[in-house]
Design a protein around this ligand. Structure first.
Ligand SMILES: [Fe+2]
Ligand SMILES: [Fe+2]
Length: 374
């Protein structure tokens, strides 16, 4: 068997990570890895779970769709895609410093998020014995390792990289019980798809705004995320109570609200980046929510009402509150702590206000399978 020489051709996550970390030997960046190591409410986390419980999932009830999806993933349509080509012309020197800083922050946070999926999926594959489950998770880990590797390729040109091997060993892992993993991961795959495709379509219409080549890789990229989302939808379908019981519906609403509002706050912290893309960040947020909500109609019994009069004002309140928390933290001392606590209370209040907006009921279709539509 030919050994891959770049993470884009790697057949497993382990191989991709090793290839990436080998490339970076001459250059390390403590700062980038340091940012990736952070654990705050707004930064991507690493997760661990009860792998035995996940391994016990039985996909018999969705077998037909499952086999089709796995076959598609095995056929590996994106093998070799996540690698620079002649199309790649990055101009880091000519980039405005403020844009450069925000863009690097965006890349590091995206790399960590991609890699967070990779470590979780890789671990599930390693611990499991259910062939259906381990096959899926090995394929998803492969994809996420390639995604993270490719972002690292882009960062390396700016003289930085995230040390993936180091992160795997040293970053703190947060425990989530399996059902929370399903909701959070399903949503992050769906929202990932919506984010990548929204930027790609926008830049397709405004080619003069492509300030870095990585955006031109986003269409195939989002197809990977789309398949991952489909896989989690099928897993959720195997256990109807996960989406039908009263308590679980409350959890789903909680995760939807948390994931949407976190994205909103995080994106509003990068005004220069969105300006450079010619994207109005408020429009972008709502557009991504709309696409994500459409997507989640395949399995969730309701969608959030993102046009409700309380929706936008409270997202803005969350954002202001998060700025207050950050300023308080930076200031330190008693005044800083007071400001931080005040900000946290405001954020909690805004969250409750968002959470209590009545949801829009949705009739879940018999089959979850969808085609990418955007
Ligand atoms: Fe990914
Ligand atoms: Fe993914």
């Amino acid at each position: 068997m030919n050994k891959a020489t770049h993470s884009a051709y790697a057949d497993t996550a382990e191989e991709a990570i090793a290839l990436q970390d080998k490339q970076g030997d001459a250059m390390t960046s403590d700062e980038a890895t340091g940012i990736a190591m952070q654990n705050t409410l707004l930064t991507p986390r690493f997760y661990t779970t009860d792998f035995a419980e996940m391994d016990a999932l039985d996909v018999t009830s969705v077998r037909y769709d499952w086999d089709k999806l796995i076959a598609e993933m095995k056929s590996d349509p994106n093998k070799g895609h996540f690698k620079k080509t002649d199309k790649w012309q990055a101009d880091w020197e000519g980039m405005d410093p403020a844009l450069r800083a925000e863009f690097i922050d965006f890349l590091i946070s995206s790399c960590t998020a991609e890699f967070s999926g990779c470590v979780l999926y890789k671990e599930m594959k390693r611990r499991g014995s259910n062939t259906d489950i381990t096959t899926l998770f090995q394929l998803m880990a492969r994809d996420e390792a390639r995604h993270a590797g490719f972002i690292n390729d882009a960062l390396r040109e700016a003289g930085i990289r995230v040390n993936l091997g180091f992160l795997t060993q040293q970053k703190k892992y947060t425990y989530f019980r399996p059902k929370f993993i399903y909701y959070a991961t399903y949503l992050s795959e769906k929202i990932g798809y919506a984010r990548y495709i929204t930027i790609f379509r926008h830049l397709e219409a405004h080619p003069d705004k492509v300030f870095h080549p990585i955006f031109q890789w986003f269409r195939e990229w989002c197809n990977d995320e789309f398949r991952h989302g489909e896989a989690f939808a099928l897993l959720l379908k195997t256990e109807p109570k996960l989406t039908e019981s009263r308590v679980n519906k409350m959890w789903i609403k909680f995760f939807l609200t948390a994931v949407y509002s976190t994205m909103w706050v995080r994106d509003h912290q990068r005004p220069v980046f969105h300006d450079a893309l010619g994207v109005d960040v408020t429009w972008y947020g709502q557009e991504v929510f709309r696409k994500t909500s459409e997507g989640t109609r395949q399995i969730f019994p309701f969608v959030l009402d993102i046009d409700h009069p309380r929706w936008r004002p409270n997202l803005d309140r969350m954002e202001l509150a998060s700025r207050q928390v950050a300023a308080g933290k930076a200031r330190g001392g008693i005044a800083g702590t007071m400001a931080r606590l005040g900000g946290m209370a405001k954020a909690a209040f805004a969250f409750v206000s968002l959470y209590t907006i009545p949801a829009i009921p949705n009739v879940v279709p018999m089959s979850t399978m969808m085609e990418p539509t955007y």
